[in-house]
Design a protein around this ligand. Structure first.
Ligand code: ZN
Length: 474
C-alpha cells in the first residue's frame, strides 16, 4: 500500500463522509427465504375448480425476498409460493415489515407465483387448518422482508432476457364454426375456447400471441458472486402434481439456479415471478407431447427456464453498483361487472335444480350461477393496487390479476425504460384481466365472475402504468 500523508488521508475521509446529500450511496442488496409449507392438514389446493383436500406437500412452499437499497431508496420484492396472496394478507404483512425495517409499504411488492397447488390464502372464515396456514403465510412474508433487509450488503445488479418459446402456448383457440360449446350462461356467443381438444381437426388458430422471454434481474455481491436472481416468465403454471401441494416449476427453478450459478454467494436466492400468463399455458395443442409422470414436466420446464435464465445472465456485460431505485404505486378504482336482471333470475332458478336436472344444463352452469349471485352482492366498485419499480434502466410493472399476455407485450413495447418486465398476481387477485378485444371473442377467461371488472379495465391500468413509468424515466 502506498504511503499517504496523514493530513491528506484525513481530508479524503472527511470528503468521503461529507458527500452531498443528493449523492447515492453504493447499491446494497439483501436476500431471504422463509418456509411457509403448511403444518396442519388436511388442506385443499386452490387452483382447481373442484379442490380436493390433501395431507401432504410434495415439495416446500416458500417466501423469497430481495431487498435493494441505494442509500436513499429501499425496496422489497417478495415472491410467494401461493396461488394468490390477497390484500387481507399482503397489506398487514407489509405494514408489519415496514414497522420493523423502515421500508415504506409503498415500496413493497408481494406477488404470488400462482402455483395452482397451494392452499387458499385469504381464509378469514376458513377451516382451522386454513386459518393456521394463513397466519404462517402472513408471518412468513413479514420475516422474509425483515431478514432480507437485515442481510443487506454491497452489491451490483444487471438485467437481461433470453427467449424460451418452447414452453409457452396460447390456450385460447378459434375453433371451426359450430364447435365451441354453449357457455355456462346458456349463450352460444363464444367464438374462442380455452383448452380445446388437442391435436384435433376443429382447431383453427390460437386467439392470441405468447411472450417467450425469460427476463432476469441478476444481483452480485462485492466479490462478483451471484447473490440473487429475480426471473420472470409468462407461463401460467405447469401442474400434474398428483393432488399434493407443490410450488410447481417456480419452486424447482429456485432449487436449480444455485447449481447453474456454480459457486453462488452465501444467502443466494433465485425466484421466478409470474409474467403475463392469463391466456398462456404449457399445453402444446397442435402437437401434444407424450404422457408425463407427475412432476416430470415441472422438472423439464424448470430446467429449461433455469438454462434460459443462465444464458440471459451470461449476456449481462457489466453489473452496476450505481443504479437509481424508485417505486411508485397507484390505487385504481374499477367498476365491478354487474349481472343483468335476467342473469340473476336464471342463476336463482339454476342454483335450485337437482343433480339430474343439472346434467341437462351447459357445463359449469350451476357453479357460475352461484358465482353470479355472489358477484351481484359485491359493491359497485373495487380498488386495485398497481406498481412500477425502477432499478437503473430496468422497469418492473405489477398488476393484481391473471393478466393476458397481450397486456405484458404492450407494456414492454411502450415502456420508456431500456428493459421492462411485468409481474402478475402482485398485491392481491381480482380474477382474469383480458383485453377489450379478447372480451369480444368470449371464452372462459372473459365469462362474468371469472372476469369481475369492467371490460376496459386493462386499458385504464396500462394507461396508468405507462404514465407512472413516464414519471419514473423522464
Ligand atoms: Zn390460474
Amino acid at each position: 500500500m502506498k504511503w499517504i500523508p496523514s493530513l491528506l488521508l484525513t481530508t479524503l475521509l472527511v470528503a468521503a463522509i461529507a458527500l452531498p446529500s443528493s449523492a447515492r450511496a453504493e447499491l446494497q442488496a439483501g436476500t431471504a427465504v422463509v418456509d411457509i409449507t403448511p403444518q396442519q392438514w388436511p388442506l385443499a389446493p386452490r387452483g382447481s375448480f373442484t379442490p380436493r383436500p390433501t395431507d401432504s406437500a410434495h415439495d416446500p412452499l416458500k417466501v423469497r425476498c430481495l431487498v435493494l437499497d441505494d442509500g436513499k431508496t429501499s425496496i422489497a420484492l417478495a415472491v410467494v409460493d401461493s396461488c394468490m396472496v390477497h390484500r387481507d394478507v399482503a397489506d398487514p404483512a407489509k405494514r408489519q415489515a415496514s414497522e420493523a425495517t423502515g421500508i415504506p409499504v409503498e415500496h413493497m411488492l408481494v406477488s404470488a407465483t400462482h402455483t395452482h397447488s397451494a392452499p387458499f390464502a385469504n381464509a378469514q372464515h376458513g377451516t382451522p387448518q386454513e386459518l393456521a396456514y394463513q397466519k404462517r403465510l402472513l408471518e412468513g412474508i413479514v420475516e422474509a422482508i425483515v431478514q432480507a433487509s437485515k442481510n443487506r450488503q454491497p452489491a451490483r445488479a444487471g438485467w437481461s432476457g433470453y427467449d424460451l418459446p418452447d414452453e409457452v402456448f396460447n390456450r385460447r383457440w378459434f375453433l371451426k364454426p359450430g364447435t365451441v360449446p354453449t357457455n355456462p350462461f346458456g349463450e352460444d356467443t363464444d367464438i374462442v375456447k380455452m383448452n380445446p381438444p388437442r391435436n384435433n381437426n376443429i382447431l383453427i388458430n390460437p386467439a392470441g400471441p405468447t411472450d417467450p422471454e425469460v427476463s432476469v434481474l441478476h444481483v452480485v455481491n462485492a466479490k462478483g458472486r451471484s447473490l440473487a436472481v429475480l426471473a420472470n416468465y409468462s407461463l401460467h403454471y405447469v401442474g400434474n402434481v398428483a393432488g399434493q401441494m407443490s410450488a410447481d416449476y417456480f419452486g424447482e427453478f429456485s432449487r436449480l439456479m444455485p447449481i447453474r450459478m456454480g459457486n453462488p454467494a452465501e444467502g443466494f436466492v433465485a425466484m421466478m415471478s409470474n409474467g403475463t400468463s392469463g391466456d398462456i399455458n404449457n399445453i402444446n395443442f397442435r402437437n401434444p407431447r407424450p404422457r408425463r409422470e407427475p412432476y416430470e414436466q415441472i422438472r423439464i420446464v424448470a430446467s429449461k427456464t433455469a438454462d434460459a435464465a443462465t444464458r440471459a445472465i451470461r449476456q449481462i456485460d457489466s453489473a452496476s453498483g450505481d443504479l437509481t431505485l424508485d417505486m411508485k404505486q397507484r390505487e385504481i378504482t374499477l367498476k365491478h361487472r354487474v349481472p343483468t336482471a335476467e342473469q340473476i333470475e336464471r342463476a336463482k332458478s339454476i342454483v335450485k335444480v337437482d343433480a339430474e336436472a343439472e346434467k341437462k344444463l351447459p357445463r359449469l352452469a350451476k357453479a357460475y350461477a352461484i358465482r353470479t349471485l355472489k358477484l351481484a352482492e359485491e359493491p359497485p366498485t373495487t380498488k386495485v393496487l398497481i406498481q412500477t419499480v425502477r432499478i437503473g434502466d430496468l422497469a418492473i410493472c405489477t398488476l393484481p390479476f391473471e393478466v393476458f399476455v397481450e397486456i405484458g407485450l404492450e407494456l414492454k413495447a411502450k415502456s420508456p425504460a431500456a428493459d421492462t418486465f411485468v409481474v402478475s398476481f402482485g398485491n392481491g387477485g381480482y380474477g382474469y384481466l383480458p383485453t377489450p378485444e379478447q372480451h369480444q371473442f368470449g371464452g372462459y377467461e372473459t365469462w362474468l365472475t371469472t372476469n369481475k371488472v369492467q371490460k376496459d379495465a386493462s386499458v385504464i391500468l396500462v394507461d396508468n402504468l405507462l404514465e407512472m413509468l413516464g414519471e419514473m424515466f423522464p
